[in-house]
Write a protein that binds this ligand. Structure first.
Ligand SMILES: Nc1ncnc2c1ncn2[C@@H]1O[C@H](COP(=O)(O)OP(=O)(O)O)[C@@H](O)[C@H]1O
Ligand SMILES: [Mg+2]
Length: 198
């Protein structure tokens, strides 16, 4: 487990994880961290698989955020669009595995449709996700649903704009995004029209 504490080792983080019962992690995924393999690595965390196939995001020791407690709060508020949170600490979030693949930069219409539905659900929960202008980093899709990950810079807003953020990230859909944000087409119409544009 020590190897996943990155880029510097931290006794404090190791102790917190041990107290939460996390002593071993699987070396699996696509990102090399120290001498092990992780599911993911971003600017705030290292993400790894536990032996019982849950996911743990461990705070990077060089993260701009000194605690993950706010991220945990927003992620809980975003469920079931977000992976379910099981347990949080200052330095970790233990959560459900988002089973699927990352949204492609040129997504299939079916995948994009699921991503937009999840983005719309987040809006109903009043959560504004701050990193959907690069959705391929933070959306994982399978046959049934799209998970939206990474709430480290999320906020509550009366009228969040997650759908338009995703649309503006795809050049073919920018025009459609403008029509949608002006209210010229509704959400259902938008879902029908993406098949014509992609
Ligand atoms: N619950 C999860 N299930 C599967 N993969 C995940 C999960 N959470 C994160 N990941 C993977 O780890 C990567 C980094 O996680 P993220 O929360 O975006 O970290 P950061 O805040 O450091 O950017 C994601 O892009 C994704 O590939
Ligand atoms: Mg990220």
């Amino acid at each position: 487990m020590k190897e996943f504490i990155f880029p510097r080792f931290s006794r404090e983080i190791e102790e917190e994880l041990k107290e939460a019962g996390i002593t071993h992690l699987l070396s699996a995924g696509k990102v090399k961290v120290n001498n092990v393999i992780a599911l993911g690595k971003g600017k705030t965390g290292v993400v790894a698989l536990t032996p019982d196939l849950k996911v743990i995001k461990i705070r990077r020791t060089d993260s701009p955020k000194s605690s993950m407690e706010m991220e945990c709060k927003y992620q809980r508020s975003a469920y079931p669009v977000s992976p379910k949170v099981f347990l949080c600490g200052k330095n970790f979030i233990l959560m459900e595995l988002a089973d699927g693949r990352e949204l492609s930069k040129k997504p299939f219409p079916e995948d994009l449709k699921l991503a937009l539905i999840s983005a719309r659900e987040l809006e109903k929960l009043k959560v504004q996700h701050k990193e959907l202008s690069r959705p391929w980093k933070n959306v994982i899709v399978n046959e049934n649903k799209a998970f939206i990950l990474d709430y480290d810079s999320a906020t509550f807003k009366p009228e969040p704009k997650n759908v338009t953020k995703i649309l503006s990230s795809i050049p073919e859909l920018r025009e459609l995004g403008i029509k949608y944000s002006k209210g010229e087409i509704d959400f259902e119409k938008l879902l029908d029209l993406i098949y014509l544009y992609l």
